[in-house]
Ligand binder design. Sequence first.
Ligand code: PLP
Length: 396
Amino acid sequence: MTDPSPAISPSGDPWPHPRQRAWVEVCEAAVQANARSLRRSLAPGCQLMAVVKADGYGHGAVPVARAAAAGGASTFGVATLQEGVELRQAGLRQPVLVLGNLTQPEELRACLHWQLMPTLSGMREALLCQNLAAGSGRPMAVQLKLDTGMARLGAPWQEGRRIAEAISALEAVQLAGLYSHLADADAPGTVLDPLTRQQQERFEQVLTGVQEAGLACGSRHLANSAGTLRTAQLHYDMVRVGLALYGQRPAVHLGGSLALQPAMQVRARVSLIREVPAGTGVSYGHRFTTQRPSRLAVVSIGYADGVPRLLSNRLQVLHHGRRIPQVGAITMDQLVLDATEAPELEQGSVVTLLGSDGGERIDPLAWSDPCGTIPWEILCGFKHRLPRLPMAGPDA
Ligand SMILES: *Cc1c(COP(=O)(O)O)cnc(C)c1O
């Protein structure tokens, strides 16, 4: 049995080793390399915003932000105020755009204090920013979002020019960006789909109007990962990349020419091996019954860690390049493998649920497809019960 050495807490008490049960390994070098490849693929002069919301898509926001910056990202995108503050408290000084909607004066005051740019969808918040900034004596940078066809955040694109003019007239507010968000940039096909084309045309109409009015609107941006990988025509002054930064492609037909490296590995230990006869029902509801004398391996990870229960009887894990099937219902804290054909698996062995092990790899798509969801949800579904550790490999 490969037993990790026990760790000692700062107070000297016995403490579980972070690799004792289950954990997420994050390869910061992969994030840095992905940022660099993405950066190189952008239209000339186009900047890279690293989207590190949802704790860096589950990888850990601060280390990911540092790695992305080292790879050439100039700006960070977060969803919430707290996520922005976390970057500032970690000492990161790059521009940060809050992509979510902040509506309360206290939230906008915190933006001003921490030098985070709020996204505005209309004049109500713009006026709040003006009041706060005027009272504080320092200007407040904001970005205006336009709804060009997503029907989520943003001012109606038809009002884009008028609102941009009104914001520009506010003395204490600086319009640092004008952006919109694509609803279907990962649609199949090589030519731009009609919805993306329509969104781009609407965005361009606003940009033209703003230019005619002689306004400085700061950075113009439209593309998420899919838009970025799709065509340089969607790049403008900046792209907002999340998924691809973490080494995942938003669709199988996108990003094939970029060598993106997956940055996350999820690993867990076998806590118990048991030999059972044929006809043994396994786990809740006996949703699996052994057809032969079997060797079962209990692994210490479950749906409370972020392994979807919907994958019960459909999951595979890797051990030294061998694929081992999971059987029976996945439970809150553990799952069971049929290790009959993996005699080398023993108590304490490390298996890989996502990522690379022995030349084989399991991608989030292998989980999201059978669950009827998308890789984004799988990545940000890993809970804080799993420590985030630097990449070390299954045998570390
Ligand atoms: C999350 C988000 C992104 C990043 O999307 P990916 O598909 O992960 O690249 C970009 N823009 C906005 C507004 C977002 O909310």
